[in-house]
Design a protein around this ligand. Sequence first.
Ligand SMILES: [Fe+2]
Ligand SMILES: [Fe+2]
Length: 244
Amino acid sequence: MNANAHGDPTRIDEIADNIYRISTIVGPEVVPGGFTFNQFLIDDDAPLLFHTGPRKMFALTSDAIKRVIPAKKLRYVAFSHFEPDECGALNEFLAVAPNAEPVCGRISAMVCMGDYADRPAHALADGETLELGRHTLRWIDAPHVPHGWDCGFLADQTTRTLFCGDLFTQFGSDHPVVTSDDILESSEGSRRALDYYAHSPDTAAILARLAALHPTTLACMHGASWRGDGAALLTTLSDRLSEA
Ligand SMILES: [Fe+2]
Ligand SMILES: [Fe+2]
């Protein structure tokens, strides 16, 4: 595992009001070219973690959280879809945070959480909101976009931050925390190289729903977070996918 400029593989930075990006670098021996796994902590009356990171990174992720709040205060542990980087450390977080509930879409609650999670999931219906205090999150079902039947995203209405999971995945390990530069060409390169998108007929409609939220910060799971006209970028992504 590589270290960042501070000698620590994991850094935590505030990217929007009380929203923190926890980013862990892995080197080319793990993923060719290096890679980043980003988790997001919303520090609020009911603190929420979006993505747990892989199980084997639990210590790194929880240590980073502790720089902002005690990990035991987590109230919700949310994730986009059932994969190790999105929710591999879920049970480890449930063990240290006695009041924490898994938060996911209804498909994941039905198919995965009943067997996998050590406590029942708080399932959100498509469009349902979750109040954290100052932040209000909305769950958007996104089956198979970019992958996973259970896939969905959370959007913070307060800061217009879209927790967009594996959309706009950027490979490499040397990224700014937040950028307004183009991330689409990098993510399109990743998509072409690895074909991690499902080829769903509903992709354009789902991306249009996300664009209609007009996010101004895209909290990407892999690579830099992005600031700008999120609706325009999501629409451009949709156009590119329709050409593929
Ligand atoms: Fe994924
Ligand atoms: Fe991911």
